[in-house]
Design a protein around this ligand. Structure first.
Ligand code: PEP
Ligand code: MG
Length: 566
């Protein structure tokens, strides 16, 4: 049994799909010629099939130039010069197929690398790629590729990048487990929004799991069992069924009001990464979108998305949400979110570096494209624009002024812009929480980003499983920052939401309610449970409880108090 951090709830049993590049070890052997020729020919067919499948899945995502690389690879596998020489070597020297493949490829690679014409020099890379794939097939080694998965699996990896996660096919990916990461790493957040059970931060995972092993992934209690016995299998299949039943029973909460026993109403809304996620927010009774992480639009692309691309995405979300508010966060790149096509200087502490609003205020062309797209989309619904990582009033003012300037320009161009969109900010840096009363004079709303607020308050990298014990969002120190933020907003008649992972935490809901939070934004899969929790509580009792919680000294004491009060 391997323990980790339950990042997205659920229980599944399936085969492991190990997302790790295999190492090819080649030694020369004397071998049965016919058997090697058969293996070699089968490997060519499988290689061609792989490349064609990968290309077909990439159509629409890559440019024509990028797609042409796949054609070049297929051509290599069809080139009689190349494969013919390999076959010839197997026959004449009676050697193993992977050895012949390596020898002939190396000869071609060497030849191309020494050519003057850069076009031919690039062909060396194509040959390396194809030859690696051929050798893996000859040796029966699996080359992992998310787009090739065609059976139910649990993905096992060191980490999944946000773009890996965005490519996951929900039909076949029943769960995933990673060696690094914490509850608020972006792979964990994506898993929740896709409603795929996930466990992160399992040390030693890759050493203990082989491709094809049967795994139990218990993402309720946070562990993986490798090759379970019959008794465990039965037990966890039952647990999986019970979990599915519990989920189904929450459906009656879909159309219920988000209101306490003593009539305090709150908004329960969803966090989304792509326009498609809106469906699941609506299906789970979400009353709006409290955080649209627009960086996924940038991460899914191979160049900066155009104003038109962005306009279409924002308009789609606003229209689908109708009269409900949609909080769109401007680009929050940097930290663990990188763009292959936008080099960010290497820094010692990327989470503390050049990112989010800092980058946007510096690279105004990028910011302008997004702001224009947002303002153009504003007429299609109830838009709230939100800036990430605001530390100072100076930054907030600069960002807000930039929006207002673009608003003016668009109107001057005769383009319609709504008159009543809101401009607000995330409170995820302690400095902003402490000064919330001042920010509230100029910001229309706040949304508390507890993922970063905890990371910066505790000085504990949210990606590191080694310091994950410091992810203590219910530590009284954090509760006091949350209180300062909510009180700051209310002192100026503004609303305060929360879009960090804490907002969807079952244990946290009573104390957040008691502190006066107006809007809870979470992954769609948590909305119904939170509504059930809120409807069973009395706001006045929770206010008294929250006051007590603020005076406690540890997170454990706070959790104990909450449990005793519900
Ligand atoms: C947060 O920091 O809490 C937040 C919601 O933003 P992200 O997780 O995208 O950094
Ligand atoms: Mg954040």
């Amino acid at each position: 049994m391997l323990k980790g951090i339950a990042a997205s709830s659920g229980v599944v049993v399936a085969k492991a799909y190990k997302l790790e590049q295999p190492t090819v070890n080649v030694v020369r052997r004397t071998a049965d010629v016919q058997a090697e020729i058969d293996k070699f020919k089968a490997a060519i067919v499988k290689t061609q099939h792989d490349i064609e499948t990968i290309k077909a899945k990439a159509v629409g995502k890559l440019t024509d130039d990028e797609l042409a690389i796949f054609d070049a690879h297929i051509m290599v596998t069809q080139d009689p010069e190349f494969t013919g020489q390999m076959e010839e070597m197997i026959r004449s020297e009676a050697v193993n197929a992977e050895y012949a493949t390596q020898e002939v490829s190396n000869m071609f690679i060497h030849m191309f690398e020494n050519m003057d014409d850069p076009y031919f020099r690039e062909r060396a890379a194509d040959i390396k790629d194809v030859s690696y794939r051929l050798q893996c097939h000859i040796l029966d080694l699996i080359i992992p590729d998310l787009s090739l998965i065609n059976e139910e699996v649990i993905i096992v990896a060191n980490d999944l990048t946000p773009s890996d996660t965005a490519q996951l096919n929900k039909q076949f990916t029943k769960g995933f487990a990673t060696q690094i990461g914490g509850r608020t790493s972006h792979s964990a957040i994506m898993a929740r929004s896709l409603e795929i059970p996930a466990i992160v931060g399992i040390s030693g995972l890759l050493d203990h799991v082989n491709h094809g092993d049967i795994l139990v992934l218990d993402a309720i209690d946070g562990f993986v069992i490798v090759n379970p016995d019959a008794k465990d299998l039965k037990h966890y299949k039952n647990k999986a069924e019970n979990f599915a039943e519990l989920k189904a029973s929450l459906k009656i909460m879909k159309d219920a009001e988000s209101i306490t026993l003593d009539h305090r109403r709150v908004e329960l809304v969803g966090n989304i990464g792509t326009p498609n996620d809106v469906e699941s927010v609506l299906a789970n009774g979400g009353e709006g979108v409290g955080l649209y992480r627009t960086e996924f639009l940038y991460m899914d692309a191979t160049t900066l998305p155009t104003e038109e691309d962005q306009f279409v995405a924002y308009k789609t979300v606003l229209e689908k949400m109708g009269k409900h508010p949609v909080v769109v966060r401007t680009l929050d790149i940097g930290g663990d979110k990188e763009l292959s096509y936008l080099p960010i200087p290497h820094e010692m502490n990327p989470f503390l570096g050049y990112r989010a609003i800092r980058l946007c205020l510096d690279q105004k062309d990028i910011f302008r494209t997004q702001v224009r797209a947002l303002l153009r989309a504003s007429v299609y619904g109830k838009l709230c624009i939100m800036f990430p990582m605001i530390a100072t009033l100076g930054e907030f003012r600069a960002a807000k002024q930039f929006v207002l300037d673009n608003d003016k320009e668009l109107r001057a161009e005769g383009i319609a812009v709504s008159k009543d969109y809101e401009i607000g900010m995330m409170v995820e840096i302690p400095a902003a929480a402490i000064l919330a009363d001042q920010f509230a004079k100029e910001s229309d709303f706040f949304s508390i980003g507890t993922n970063d607020l905890v990371q910066y308050s505790m000085a504990a990298d949210r990606m590191s499983e080694k310091v994950s014990y410091l992810y203590q969002p219910l530590n009284p120190s954090l509760l006091r920052l949350i209180k300062l933020t909510i009180d700051g907003a209310h002192s100026q008649g503004k609303w305060c939401g929360m879009c960090g992972e804490l907002a969807g935490d079952e244990i946290a809901a009573p104390v957040l309610l008691g502190l006066g939070l107006d809007e809870f934004s979470m992954s769609a899969s948590s909305i119904l449970q939170t509504r059930k929790t809120i409807r069973a509580l009395k706001y006045s009792d929770m206010q008294i409880m929250a006051e007590k919680a603020l005076k406690l000294s540890t997170q454990e004491e706070v959790i104990e108090l909450i449990k005793a009060s519900i």
